[in-house]
Design a protein around this ligand. Structure first.
Ligand SMILES: Nc1ncnc2c1ncn2[C@@H]1O[C@H](COP(=O)(O)OP(=O)(O)OP(=O)(O)O)[C@@H](O)[C@H]1O
Ligand SMILES: [Mg+2]
Length: 455
């Protein structure tokens, strides 16, 4: 009944209880690029479909056992990528129309016109190969430009992705800088997950949360009796991370004494447990994160310069969300999708006015704050998120009112006039305040108001 398929060729399965129809279609379709399989009824067809890949099923409707309609439903449910074309006589067009409603791609009238058949098969073949290309392309883009769960298409984020891709396979230390909630930990994780160390531990230490002595024993471990309370020996995070990655969060908050010890591990890969004399060796890749500018702390003498250079072999700067507002719609989509799965409730619509409000807000807490705001709105909304689901500060902030837009072709005089006018409005007509804000004397302001004819 069936024939072996060549890899890469387009496979058509013809299902009809009349042998003549089957063989006729095989004769019409078979070529170097098209392989034709045949089955005498729906049951046989399902059997073949379970055994080998098929691109297109051309099926009669009325057949014994499983009929064409049942076959169609099976295929739509279990093999959504397989196209189905219905064969029908002139008397049974309504049935073909029903089949189209159930997801058939098209129908052909019997007796089959060979040219029509050829065109239809060619069209389906092209559509499917385009779809396949699209899927491949999407996967490639995802590989090239994104990491699982990290959303962004702004130039700044694409640059971050590029750096992550370059640095992940190496063992270079990475310093990640970004305001709170910009995704530093997410990026650190992505670096680890895309490195050869991915099967080994990713260990996180929040350096800001612990006082010096605790931080030391946390990182390096301690021997039994090293200090009061050290009743047993304890391994530190460095040992636990052996072979993997150690993520040092809030590195700017560490004390100078600690920085010296850290530098030694980074340079020599060696350390001792607190209260111990045995030197331990580990193979650990370091990723550090900070929301303070370390270069400034170095200049002010508050961070060791040698450690700074050790840590920032590669530096990744995560821009604040307000500087990449084009990522906001993507993030909104991403988070609503996540909440929809988590809460088992359909994803609400986000009308343009709401999206604009989200894009205008300055997001001091960055992506984390956006996620929290959306979660609140998601829970409160049904079907659509409206402005009233957003916290007051977000829709109250109409940044546009405090900004002026200028064509770059404007004259300096025109720019001055617009700025003075806007400043006066902003200060509700208070001239003293306006002059102070503009950094000019009151008399100068009066003169300019008269000159530009501003009331
Ligand atoms: N580009 C992004 N795509 C998807 N989710 C993101 C992105 N950036 C951040 N997030 C999410 O935002 C939240 C905050 O991210 P993360 O904890 O990595 O930030 P952080 O910079 O380490 O913050 P902090 O400085 O407060 O420690 C997390 O829930 C994270 O999953
Ligand atoms: Mg963090």
């Amino acid at each position: 009944m069936s024939r072996k398929t060549d890899a890469g060729s387009f496979v058509v399965l013809v299902v009809d209880d009349e042998k003549n129809t089957r063989e006729g279609l095989r004769w019409a379709l078979e070529s170097s690029e098209v392989t034709v399989l045949t089955a005498a009824n729906g049951l046989e067809a399902l059997e073949i479909l379970r055994q080998q890949p098929v691109d297109l099923v051309i099926t009669d409707l009325r057949m014994p056992e499983v009929d064409g309609m049942q076959l169609l439903r099976h295929i739509r449910r279990d093999m959504p990528h397989v196209a189905v074309v219905i064969l029908t006589g002139h008397g049974t067009i309504e049935n073909a129309v029903d089949a189209m409603k159930e997801g058939a791609t098209d129908y052909l009238l019997k007796p089959v016109n060979i040219d029509e058949l050829g065109l239809l098969v060619e069209r389906i073949r092209r559509t499917q190969s385009l779809e396949r290309e699209n899927i491949e392309l999407r996967e490639r883009v995802q590989q090239l430009y994104g990491f699982e769960n990290i959303v962004g298409r702004s130039a700044a984020m694409l640059e971050v992705f590029e750096k992550v891709r370059m640095v992940a396979p190496t063992r270079a230390s990475v310093l990640i800088y970004g305001e709170s909630g910009t995704g530093k930990e997410l990026i650190a994780n992505a670096i680890h997950q895309n490195s050869p160390r991915r099967t080994k531990p990713f260990v996180k230490v929040n350096c800001g949360a612990l006082p010096l002595t605790l931080l030391e024993s946390e990182l390096f471990g301690h021997e039994k009796g090293a200090f009061t309370g050290a009743v047993t020996m304890r391994r530190g995070r460095f040992e636990l991370a052996d072979g993997g990655t150690l993520f040092l969060d809030e590195i700017s908050e560490t004390a100078p004494e600690f920085q010296v010890k850290l530098l030694r591990v980074l340079q020599e890969g060696e350390f001792e447990r607190v209260g111990g004399s045995q030197t331990l060796k580990v193979d650990v890749r370091i990723i550090a994160a900070t929301n303070k500018r370390l270069d400034q702390l170095v200049q002010e003498g508050n961070f060791r310069e040698d450690l700074y250079y050790r840590l920032k072999v590669v530096e990744i700067d995560l821009p604040p969300l307000r500087e990449r507002v084009e990522d906001i719609p993507l993030l909104v989509e991403h988070f609503l999708e996540e909440f929809s799965k988590y809460y088992g409730k359909p994803k609400p619509r986000v009308p343009p006015a709401v999206m604009t409000a989200l894009q205008n807000y300055h997001w001091p807490g960055n992506v984390r704050q956006l996620r929290n705001v959306l979660e609140g709105a998601f829970v409160m909304s049904s079907g659509e998120i409206t402005l009233k689901h957003l916290p007051n500060e977000i829709h109250a902030e109409k940044r546009s009112e405090n900004y002026i837009r200028l064509p770059v072709t404007a004259s300096l005089e025109e720019a001055q006039r617009l700025l003075i006018q806007a400043a006066l409005t902003y200060n509700r007509g208070n001239r003293a305040k306006t002059a102070r804000q503009l950094g000019i004397g009151r008399k100068t302001l009066y003169r300019k108001l008269a000159e530009y004819g501003i009331e």
